[in-house]
Design a protein around this ligand. Structure first.
Ligand code: 5GP
Ligand code: ZN
Length: 117
């Protein structure tokens, strides 16, 4: 999907809004959450403006899987793969989704208890 000019994450993808990018390839980028809920709090997002899981079809399976693989590799890079981490994908108002550009939270670096995002 084309970039949405009103989408904050599309602006991060395009470099219009600065962010601490930790990983990038042709399909996803990952950067530090501006308001971390844990010692390690990264966001893995598609480069394309994808909004919700709902409405995706099988052509997006590889992308969603890639997001999870990248998150797992970043957990290794951050040294939290053994101590543990949490992946969170908020969808819609009841989940508290604030940015309508699909994103996977990677949380870790300490006991998470009930930490959400
Ligand atoms: P949501 O609640 O939609 O699942 O999570 C959105 C996340 O994006 C929040 O954790 C919030 O702190 C983060 N966020 C919102 N705006 C920005 C921004 O401009 N830069 C960065 N790095 N993170 C942001
Ligand atoms: Zn977007």
């Amino acid at each position: 999907m084309a970039p949405d000019p009103d989408c904050i994450f599309c602006k991060i993808v395009q470099g219009e809004i600065p962010s601490a990018v930790v990983y990038t390839d042709d399909r996803v980028i990952a950067f530090e959450d501006i308001s971390p809920s844990a010692p390690v709090h990264l966001l893995v997002i598609p480069v394309d403006h994808v909004t919700f899981l709902t409405g995706l079809d099988e052509s997006s399976e590889a992308l969603i899987g890639h997001m999870a693989l990248v998150a797992g590799n970043l957990a290794i890079e951050k040294g939290i793969d053994d101590s543990g981490y949490r992946l969170v994908l908020n969808q819609g108002p009841d989940a508290g989704q604030m940015v309508d550009h699909l994103h996977m939270h990677l949380l870790g670096g300490g006991p998470l208890g009930g930490v959400a995002t």
